[in-house]
Design a binder for this molecule. Structure first.
Ligand SMILES: Nc1ncnc2c1ncn2[C@@H]1O[C@H](COP(=O)(O)OP(=O)(O)OP(=O)(O)O)[C@@H](O)[C@H]1O
Length: 258
């Protein structure tokens, strides 16, 4: 994929309403090539509306969007065609040559090679999302749009999917817009976390934490708390420092070992 300094995505004065309800209002956004963006916001704030406009699924807006032609989208549900196998689903819309050269590689990358001939109905939730990711990847997108792709997965599968998405992104470096309700997921994965509020980007935080990230890292927790407050969630102040004298703490630890 070719990369340059020009933004992968440029959104200017984007407005979208449904009837009398103004959802997006003069929204501006730049996404750099290869940049991983997470988009947070209260339910109904317009996250999916923005993603659909960026994915060219909706063009009833005013303003301008410049985005690469190579776009791929994955949703909360895998949305596989039930009468086609996993391999056939992943290959939909590709040329014969692309299908022959890319599909099995993508299935291998998402850890689904052994399920290539399976029917969608026989897949677990996590396997379905892996198939959806493979279907997005084979298109070699310059912009990958992910609409809450892990929301319906159990906690353990979600952790595995976070690692998978991060490694796939590092290998292919598309620009990513991930819509999520999960602040931890946003801070874990993104270069920048945005909060959508009142139709605009109200918070735009760069995540300056080395990867792979650890939720227990104090810098992680500070940013998490800041974003939660930005989302209007009242959370207690961080616990004050342990005021026990250092000497006493060492003694306590020795006793515990003994
Ligand atoms: N096709 C539509 N017709 C009418 N109203 C719509 C349509 N699509 C979205 N809306 C409304 O626009 C608002 C924003 O919806 P959107 O799905 O973008 O929010 P969201 O931030 O993604 O919400 P959630 O986090 O709950 O998924 C909501 O009030 C929704 O009801």
């Amino acid at each position: 994929m070719s990369r340059s300094d020009t933004p992968a995505v440029t959104v200017r004065n984007l407005s979208r309403s449904f009837g009398d309800a103004q959802i997006l209002t003069d929204l501006n956004l730049d996404i750099a090539p290869g940049e991983f963006i997470a988009l947070l916001g209260r339910s109904g704030s317009g996250k999916t509306t923005l993603l659909r406009a960026l994915g060219d699924l909706d063009n009833c807006y005013t303003g301008t969007i410049a985005a690469p032609a190579g776009r791929a989208i994955a949703f909360q549900e895998a949305r596989l065609l039930p009468w086609k196998t996993v391999r056939q689903n992943v290959g939909i819309g590709l040329t014969n040559v692309q299908r022959a050269t890319r599909v099995d590689i993508a299935l291998g990358e998402v850890g689904l090679a052994h399920r290539a001939d399976a029917w969608p109905a026989t897949l677990s939730g996590g396997e379905g999302q892996r198939a959806a990711l493979a279907r997005a990847l084979v298109r070699e997108p310059a912009l990958l749009l992910l609409d809450e792709p892990f929301a319906s997965l159990d906690a353990l599968t979600r952790i595995k999917m976070h690692r998978l998405v991060e490694s796939l992104w590092q290998a292919h470096k598309p620009a990513v817009l991930l819509v999520t309700h999960d602040v931890d997921e946003a801070v874990l994965l993104a270069d920048r976390v945005l909060v959508l509020e009142a139709g605009r980007i109200a918070i735009d935080e760069r995540v300056e934490i080395a990867r792979p990230r650890d939720t227990a890292d104090p810098a992680f927790q500070r940013l998490r708390a800041k974003l939660l407050r930005g989302l209007g969630v009242e959370i207690p102040e961080p616990r004050t420092e342990d005021r026990t004298p250092p000497q006493l703490r060492v003694v306590e630890r020795r006793e515990a070992v003994a």
